[in-house]
Ligand binder design. Structure first.
Ligand SMILES: Nc1ncnc2c1ncn2[C@@H]1O[C@H](COP(=O)(O)OP(=O)(O)O)[C@@H](O)[C@H]1O
Ligand SMILES: O=P(O)(O)OC[C@H](O)CO
Length: 491
């Protein structure tokens, strides 16, 4: 028996087939283009999302696949016609900032404490609700049609489920729901007050289920037979599960397009004093956990930008040896605020900058500064979490495309002063989705059984002589300057 996980990420879609020992049997991948129609706007073509998922699924599907799991880029929102299945607009991607003014207006009306108490989130354009509101306000007739129940909205998991089931099932899981600003993470229901606040008709929204659940079965016309879609989770929560962070205090950080650090905080939805997010970690049968999250919007995306837009590097892999070629006291800083800054600062107005340039600055310095910035931001998150009333981490588990970079993993350990552990396979997100589907169909009985599966890892131990304090002090000074420049822009 094997399980296929679809990992629908921001820049690519992958399908991976796992065996009963959680080893990878086959994998397939397709790139997913991003569109930037205006500064701060980020969109994707829904048909690209769908075709990528379908093609990769078909590539790895065999007769012994017992179930499919889905993990997905979160918050990205789609709107489609229930009768035809056609989308009404491009997907608005989580990084999109077009609703910054709407969020600022709600903030000025004093709505954030209520929103935060119910959702664990903040009033930021990152989340789905204001994006969905924008679609309803912008597309002619959309609001009236939504109210009549003719339209469906959903995050990427929900859209893929709809398409895979031949337009029969409109559902999501509670981790994805918990990123919309519409879902109450305490009562585990869509929240009527929040629906009113964001002017979202209830008829648009999917049913919500726990993560390990038969959400539907594939339409045989699409993949040849009816296979249960038996697990779904937002990609960061899927990585938390794939990294087996099942005990309070266990913490993982995934370095894909962005970086998302999630700490298992147990069964209470404790709110942060430091502008971190509280979110649903997972619900699998009777097992449940909330997570505290620090979200950094740009991680691997900075390396992708240096490669694809600036042409400074030929491949992302080259960034490791280029960084190693530059001395530690190089003095260059890159603030990767290409779409503003996420946790713990949450500043939509700040823009990216490179400082400390001299005539001997070359591409390698900028590459190193980009990798360093992601590590420094992780330190800021870990420090913010250390001030919370939650169990302190003993080490950090990392994964995602950028985590394959050895230089980065070592620098991260050095700057945090904490050991960093990296699984041999960086596909923790897909593994988490496979775990969910496998539990549902009885391949594994429970979380304890997952913990016992063999797990090969590599550890990065902090170097004794790493100049942590000085490096972090310099980083924070440059961030302060970028924040002040953001204020000036607004004036
Ligand atoms: N060796 C590397 N060093 C630094 N960044 C890398 C490396 N390999 C991949 N990346 C970055 O990782 C990202 C891809 O990781 P992935 O986990 O597939 O992301 P996503 O799920 O967001 O699409 C890209 O942004 C890429 O630039
Ligand atoms: O594409 P990733 O892996 O950076 O993940 C995106 C996140 O889910 C956004 O919240």
């Amino acid at each position: 028996m094997s399980i296929v996980a679809i990992d629908q990420g921001t820049t690519s879609t992958r399908a991976i087939r796992f065996d009963a020992a959680a080893a990878i049997e086959a994998s397939a991948s397709r790139d997913l283009p991003q569109h930037y129609p205006r500064p701060g706007w980020v969109e994707q073509d829904p048909e690209h999302i769908w075709q990528g998922a379908l093609a990769t699924l078909r590539d790895v599907l065999t007769h012994d696949v017992a179930a499919i799991g889905i993990a997905n880029q979160r918050e990205t929102i789609l709107l489609w016609d229930r009768a035809t299945g056609k989308t009404l607009h491009n997907a608005i991607v989580w990084q999109d900032r077009r609703t910054a003014d709407r969020c600022a207006a709600l903030l000025a009306e004093g709505m954030e404490p209520m929103v935060r108490a119910r959702t664990g989130l903040l009033l930021d354009p990152y989340f789905s609700a204001t994006k969905l509101g924008w679609l309803l306000d912008t597309i002619p007739d959309a609001r009236a049609r939504a109210e009549r129940g003719e339209l469906a909205a959903g995050t990427v998991d929900s859209f893929l489920l709809w398409r895979l089931t031949g337009g029969r099932i409109h559902a999501t899981d509670l981790t994805n729901a918990s990123r919309t600003l519409l879902y109450n993470i305490v009562t585990e229901q869509w929240d009527d007050d929040l629906l009113r606040l964001f002017a979202i008709p209830r008829a648009l929204l999917p049913d919500v289920h726990a993560n390990a659940h038969i959400f539907g079965t594939t339409d045989p016309a699409i993949v040849g037979r009816a296979i249960p879609i038996a697990g779904m989770a937002g990609d960061q929560q899927a990585a938390l599960i794939g990294q087996r962070c099942f005990a309070p205090g266990q913490i993982k950080s995934t370095y894909g397009t962005g970086c998302f650090l999630l700490s298992n905080i147990g069964t209470m939805p404790t709110l942060s004093d430091k502008r971190l997010l509280t979110t649903i970690g997972y619900r699998i049968g009777q097992e449940r956990a909330y997570a505290m999250e620090g979200s950094i919007f740009i991680a691997g995306a900075a390396i992708k930008w240096l490669r694809d837009t600036m042409g400074i590097i030929d491949s992302a892999e080259d960034s490791a040896h280029l960084a190693a070629s530059v001395p530690a006291d190089h003095g260059v800083h890159l603030i990767p605020a290409f779409v503003g800054l996420g946790a713990p600062r949450w500043r939509t107005d700040v823009r990216a900058s490179i400082t400390g340039l001299t005539l001997d600055t070359g591409p390698a310095h900028i590459v190193r500064a980009a990798l360093e910035a992601v590590a420094f931001q992780t330190c800021d998150l870990v420090e913010a979490m250390a001030g919370e009333d939650i169990a302190p981490p003993a080490m950090l588990r990392i994964d995602g495309g950028m985590a394959t970079n050895d230089w980065f993993a070592q620098f991260l350990a050095d700057m945090m002063g904490l050991p960093v552990e990296r699984p041999a396979s960086h596909e923790s997100t897909a593994l988490g989705a496979a775990f969910l589907a496998g539990i549902t169909v009885g391949l594994w009985p429970d979380l304890a059984a997952l913990d016992q599966l063999s797990r090969e890892t590599r550890s990065f131990t902090p170097a004794a002589d790493a100049d942590r304090a000085v490096s972090l002090r310099r980083w924070r000074k440059v961030v302060q300057q970028a924040l002040a420049a953001g204020v000036e822009e607004r004036i």
